[in-house]
Design a protein around this ligand. Structure first.
Ligand SMILES: O=C(O)CCC(=O)C(=O)O
Length: 266
């Protein structure tokens, strides 16, 4: 088994739109047939490694949003092949406008049937990085109609400097929703077909709705950073934890280049 390959080539319009909007949905990047065996393996690993056993009704807001399993590439040779896809990393580098990207970490985010909202947030609140050249690819592993809770984005919100100190919470959901409305950031919400992906910057505000569909919304994500990324001073306890988890042994001012952060492109 090889990895995911894609000859998707970005247009200048898409590159510019990404810089202006802070995210880009790309249609038909992955061949659904190629994706299937990886999707099955990712699901098997999520079932094997999941530690959440409480029923949805007994969980807090964050835990109702999804089952979250991280750095699956360290658990399965097949998932490692998937995460190391040069073509998916090439698109990340191209959108970021950098020559080379490395892995920050991966995570599977499975919104169960009846799963709750993913509150408004910006990922970079959690990341001790010295620049904004960090991007997540969101890869649905099935068709994802609106009722299954696809990811939606506040267009241009990566330039909005406020509310960046809010972890995923009821407060972030309410406060960021109010701010996006007040500041007139248009929300881009739409379905994804199998094979579509999106890339969003670390500072782009995003959320997902509940899953009212009759199936689990299975999603794999890979987070890429500029290969030259230097670790920033942690700004909160979550960043301290992130640093220890994704770049163990490193400190602010060091390059983010542990064995957990291989160069993925070129
Ligand atoms: O899949 C979700 O519901 C949330 C995803 C997300 O926040 C992310 O990939 O940054």
């Amino acid at each position: 088994m090889t990895t995911i390959s894609s000859d998707y080539a970005l247009t200048d319009t898409e590159r510019l739109a990404f810089e202006r909007r802070g995210f880009q949905k790309l249609r038909g990047v992955i061949d659904p047939e190629e994706l299937r065996p990886f999707a099955d393996e990712i699901t098997d690993q999520v079932i094997r490694l999941n530690t959440q056993s409480l029923p949805l009704a007994e969980r807090d807001l964050y835990s109702r949003a999804f089952l979250q399993v991280t750095n699956l590439w360290r658990q399965s040779a097949l998932v490692e092949k998937f995460v190391r896809s040069t073509d998916l990393a090439r698109l990340a580098a191209d959108l970021l406008g950098v020559e080379s990207v490395r892995l920050y970490h991966d995570q599977a985010l499975y919104k169960e049937r009846g799963g709750g909202i993913t509150p408004w947030h910006a990922d970079q609140y959690y990341w001790p990085l010295s620049t904004d050249r960090a991007v997540t690819i969101w890869i649905p592993l099935q068709d994802t109609p609106l009722e299954a809770g696809p990811l939606s984005f506040a267009t241009g919100s990566h330039r909005f400097q406020y509310a960046r100190d809010l972890p995923i919470s009821a407060e972030s959901e309410q406060r960021i929703a109010e701010l996006m409305l007040e500041q007139q950031y248009a929300v881009d919400a739409g379905p994804y077909a199998l094979g579509d992906v999106s890339y969003h910057l670390g500072w782009t505000f995003h959320r997902a709705g509940e899953n009212t569909a009759d199936f689990a919304r299975r999603v794999m994500t890979i987070i890429y950073v500029d290969a030259g990324m230097v670790i920033g001073e942690p700004r909160n306890d979550n960043q301290v934890k992130d640093l220890a988890a994704w770049a163990p042994g490193r400190k602010p001012g060091d390059r983010l280049d542990t064995e957990l952060n291989p160069v993925l492109y070129p």
